[in-house]
Write a protein that binds this ligand. Sequence first.
Ligand SMILES: [Zn+2]
Length: 252
Amino acid sequence: MSKFYYQIKGRQPAGPHREAEWAWPPVFSGMVEASDRKQAKAQIEGLYERQFPMRVLRTDITDHAYLLHIQELTEKDTYLLRRFEDTTCKECGTVFRLIDKYNDPNTENTSHDYCTEACKQAARGRELSEFRLVTEGLAPPVIYQVRQKSTGRVYVGQTTQAFTLRWWQHLSNPSACKFHMALKSTDITDWEFSVIEVITYPEGCKDRAAYITQREGHWIMTLSAADEGFNTVRPAGVADLRQVALPLACDT
Ligand SMILES: [Zn+2]
């Protein structure tokens, strides 16, 4: 058995200045499972109780109201298969199928992520306000630590985003690093997340990114995050704590 994607296109009547042609979007798109194209066509025609031409000469277009297009799907056709899958709205959690939006002539959006335009706008509004917090300095860069309570081992990181977002990213998008492996292997109640420094740039600071990294390095060393903790690399050029105390990039 194979999956066959099909589209039934409707004819758009000729106008004073244009010829009749197949209208976009199709009247209906769907999927059937069949052993071959012929069986697929028979199934579709059974569903609609009528026959559809699959090829129409341009000169014969006025003789036909519909045109059937059938495409066999393979596993590679993920973007088409996805249209038939249950999708959860990222804003409200409603389950929807993209294909139903395509088949609804009054659909207000064909977003893959959100069920309705209202949900899409709500999500965008929140992203914008988070972005504004950061750009207006209401959410300045911070150095944070993630501490495993049972062992006291820490991970130190920096972020210029809202820090709750960074914490969420560690949990939701883990990599194979030792910190993420440890995070995944134990219960979330074994972990605490805290901000240990809010970055304020020294006057005349020219390289802000370098300054943040320097502060991060300071904390990695102070909390032994690279040696006993979850950071994989010591900050570049920092051998021990005393060197970190030397003049910083922004001091001059
Ligand atoms: Zn929604």
